[in-house]
Design a protein around this ligand. Structure first.
Ligand SMILES: NC(=O)c1ccc[n+]([C@@H]2O[C@H](COP(=O)([O-])OP(=O)(O)OC[C@H]3O[C@@H](n4cnc5c(N)ncnc54)[C@H](OP(=O)(O)O)[C@@H]3O)[C@@H](O)[C@H]2O)c1
Length: 364
C-alpha cells in the first residue's frame, strides 16, 4: 500500500481503544490520525485525556500523545478527518447503534468492537479465518443505508473466541451439542486489578449478558449469507456459564461436545492445526501464521504461558480427550482484548481492505 489509510478510533481513551492505539503503532496499512472519546475528554491532548488510565504494558506511542481528542458525537467533524473508524465506545446499545449508522452514512466505514449491531441482519459479524465471505452482505447494507462506501462490520464477543474456532475447524463432523464454561479475565470489563481490587483472590459467577452472547454468536458466525442477510446455523445447541476470574488478560473455556459423526481424537487435532482461513491465504499483516495450535501437555493451555501466542492473535487448545457422557472435552484459551477485541477488529479491517471494501476516501 503506497499511502496508509487514515484511521479514527471512537472510544480511544478506553481499555479497548488503548489496545487499538498500541496495535496500530507502526501498522503497515493504517495510521491513527484521529482519536475521539466522550465530551469529558474532548479538547484535551490524548496524553492528558488518558492521564493515569494507560493500561497497556508498552508505553503510549509518541505519535498519538499530542493528538487532540475529538468528541465522538461530532460525527461530521470526526468523519471528515479519516478513511474509516474503529468503534469501541461505551454508550448505551441504542446510542451506539445510532451513532455507528451516522458514521456509516457519512461514507465512513465502521469496524466495531461493540455488540450493538451484532444481530442487525445485513451487518456482517466476522472472525476473518472463519466467515470472511459474510462481508458480502455489505452490498445490501449499503443499499439500505443509501451509501456508496459507508457501512458497519462487527466482530463477535471475546468470550466465543476460545471455542468457536474449533467448531469451524470441525464442521464436517457436525457438532450437535456444546456445553461450555468460560473463565473470563477482568480486562474484558475494561478493568485492571488496580481499578477492581475486589477481584483479587475472588471469582464472580456472573457477567451481564455474556451467557446469551456465548451461546448465540457462534451460530451467527457459522451461518450463511441468504438473500442479503446472515442466516444463523441451527446447530450445535450451545449452553454456557460465564465466570469472572482473577486473571488480567485471557479467556479460558472448558468445553464438552457431541458430534453427529464422531471423529477420532487424531482427526480432531489434525483439523485444528491445519485450519487456515482468508487472513493466512492473503498473508494479512496481523494474521497469525498458525491460527489454532494444539498443546499436548496435560497442564496447557495456561494463561501465564500461552495467552500471548502469535502476539495474542492465535488460539491455544489442549486437554482434548474422550468423555464419559459427551463425545469429547477440551480446554481453549484466547487473548480477550487482542483476538477477542481490538486485534480481531484490526484483522477484520485488513480483510475488508484486501477485499476492496475499505479504500481511501479521496484517491491518493
Ligand atoms: N474490554 C474488552 O475486552 C471488551 C471486549 C469486547 C467488547 N468490549 C466493548 O467495547 C466497548 C469499550 O469497552 P472498554 O472496555 O474499552 O470501555 P472503557 O475502558 O470504559 O472505555 C470507554 C470509552 O468510551 C468513551 N465513552 C464513554 N461514555 C461516552 C459517551 N457518553 N460518549 C462518547 N464516548 C463515551 C470513553 O471516553 P472517556 O475516556 O472520555 O470517558 C472511552 O473512550 C464497550 O462497549 C465494551 O462492552 C470490551
Amino acid at each position: 500500500m503506497e499511502q496508509k489509510l487514515r484511521v479514527g478510533i471512537l472510544g480511544a481513551t478506553g481499555m479497548v481503544g488503548q489496545r487499538f492505539i498500541s496495535l496500530l503503532e507502526d501498522h503497515p496499512w493504517f495510521e491513527v490520525v484521529t482519536v475521539a472519546a466522550s465530551p469529558r475528554s474532548a479538547g484535551k491532548t490524548y496524553e492528558e485525556a488518558v492521564g493515569g488510565r494507560w493500561k497497556m504494558t508498552t508505553p503510549m506511542p509518541e505519535g498519538v500523545k499530542k493528538l487532540k481528542v475529538l468528541n465522538v458525537n461530532e460525527v461530521e467533524k470526526v468523519a471528515a478527518t479519516v478513511d474509516f473508524v474503529f468503534s469501541a465506545v461505551d454508550m448505551t446499545k441504542d446510542e451506539i447503534k445510532a451513532i455507528e449508522e451516522e458514521y456509516a452514512k457519512t461514507e465512513t466505514p465502521v469496524v466495531s468492537n461493540n455488540s450493538a449491531h451484532r444481530w442487525t441482519p445485513d451487518v456482517p459479524m466476522v472472525v476473518p479465518e472463519i466467515n470472511s465471505e459474510h462481508f458480502a452482505v455489505i452490498e445490501d447494507q449499503k443499499k439500505r443505508l443509501g451509501t456508496t462506501r459507508g457501512f458497519i462490520a462487527v466482530k463477535p464477543n471475546c468470550s466465543i473466541q476460545s471455542y468457536a474456532p474449533c467448531l469451524a475447524a470441525w464442521r464436517e463432523y457436525e457438532a450437535t451439542e456444546v456445553v461450555a464454561t468460560t473463565y473470563q479475565a477482568i480486562s474484558g470489563a475494561g478493568k485492571t486489578f488496580k481499578d477492581w481490587p475486589e477481584m483479587v483472590e475472588n471469582i464472580i459467577p456472573y457477567i451481564g449478558g455474556e451467557e446469551e452472547k456465548s451461546e448465540q454468536e457462534p451460530l451467527r458466525v457459522l451461518g450463511k449469507v441468504e438473500n442479503g442477510k446472515i442466516k444463523k446455523a441451527d446447530l450445535p445447541k450451545i449452553t454456557c456459564q460465564c465466570i469472572r476470574v482473577p486473571v488480567l488478560n485471557g479467556h479460558t473455556a472448558a468445553v464438552f461436545i457431541n458430534f453427529a459423526k464422531k471423529p477420532t481424537k487424531e482427526e480432531l487435532i489434525e483439523k485444528l492445526v491445519n485450519y487456515r482461513g482468508y487472513p493466512q491465504e492473503e498473508n494479512l499483516p496481523s494474521a497469525p501464521k498458525q491460527f489454532i495450535r494444539y498443546l499436548g501437555e496435560e497442564n496447557r493451555p495456561q494463561v501465564a504461558l500461552d495467552v500471548e501466542y502469535e502476539n495474542g492473535m492465535g488460539i491455544s487448545i489442549g486437554r482434548l480427550r474422550e468423555d464419559s457422557i459427551y463425545d469429547y472435552k477440551f480446554v481453549g484459551l484466547s487473548h480477550n482484548t487482542v483476538r477477542g477485541a481490538a486485534g480481531g477488529a484490526v484483522l477484520c479491517a485488513e480483510a475488508l481492505t484486501a477485499k476492496g471494501y475499505i479504500k481511501a476516501k479521496i484517491p491518493q
